[in-house]
Design a protein around this ligand. Structure first.
Ligand code: PEP
Length: 247
């Protein structure tokens, strides 16, 4: 039985004041035990979020981590630093990092190794662009991203890893994949992971891309959608909590 997981990715949004309100909203109406919930604020606000969320059942994650363990890497944040700030989760290979910061599959793997070695649970993002989907290349692109994972990591090493299917054309665009499109890709993801030696049925696969309180129930109604990675709608406590409740 795969427990549903809803993760809020705040991206580069927030301030001490606005975060305080958002965190207060989460603490006052904590999500039910039936679903796991985490939020991923910007690095600089992890300490604020860790203090505010302590004991309320909402877990903490980061949006990225360094591929290096520590030392002279100006501007980087290591896996052990994230652990120090009570992070349990870390997003790796988000499409924005792949597109704007040149993160390759190889770098994603290095980051994953760091995260796993530190006991962090990674949420690895995969997904195709609109052009790739319209050219009929969606499964080829996602398949190659998944093969990079299964070739580098054994099933045992990756046991805590979660996959997020995030079609790039649906992120922040208001254009959600239909529940049927997402379900179809999630089934493909499980099959491809199994073909690579992992237990595809056991891996949680989240959907991400313009998930809102309005479309969450239909998405979560599909048998292979195990929750969501939520961007924009995670910035408003009411919307995020409604998505958690739908899970
Ligand atoms: C994301 O950034 O992971 C995401 C899914 O964003 P949004 O929900 O805003 O589309």
């Amino acid at each position: 039985m795969r427990k549903k997981l809803v993760v809020g990715n705040w991206k580069m949004n927030g301030s001490l004041a606005s975060n305080a309100l958002l965190l207060q909203g989460l603490v006052e109406n904590p999500p039910v035990d039936a679903v796991e919930v985490a939020v991923c604020p910007p690095f600089i606000y992890l300490g604020q979020a860790a203090s505010a969320l302590e004991g309320c059942g909402v877990m903490l994650g980061a949006q990225n981590l360094s591929a290096f363990a520590g030392g002279a890497y100006t501007g980087e944040v290591s896996a052990s630093m994230l652990q120090d700030l009570a992070c349990e989760w870390v997003i790796v290979g988000h499409s924005e990092r792949r597109a704007y910061f040149g993160e390759s599959d190889a770098l994603v793997i290095e980051k994953l190794r760091m995260a796993l070695a530190a006991g962090l649970r990674p949420i690895v993002c995969v997904g195709e662009t609109l052009e790739q989907r319209e050219s009929g290349l969606a499964t080829q692109v996602v398949g190659a991203q998944l093969d990079a994972l299964t070739q580098a990591l054994s099933a045992a090493e990756a046991v805590s890893l979660v996959v997020a299917y995030e079609p790039v054309w649906a992120i922040g665009t208001g254009r959600t994949a239909t529940p049927e499109q997402a379900q179809e890709m999630h089934v493909f993801i499980r099959q491809r992971l199994s073909a690579g030696g992992w237990v595809g049925e056991g891996v949680r696969v989240l959907y991400g891309g313009s998930v809102t309180a309005d479309n969450a129930s239909l998405l979560f109604g599909k048998p292979d959608i195990d929750g969501a990675l939520v961007g924009g709608a995670s910035l408003v406590a009411g919307s995020f909590l409604a998505i958690c409740a739908a899970a």
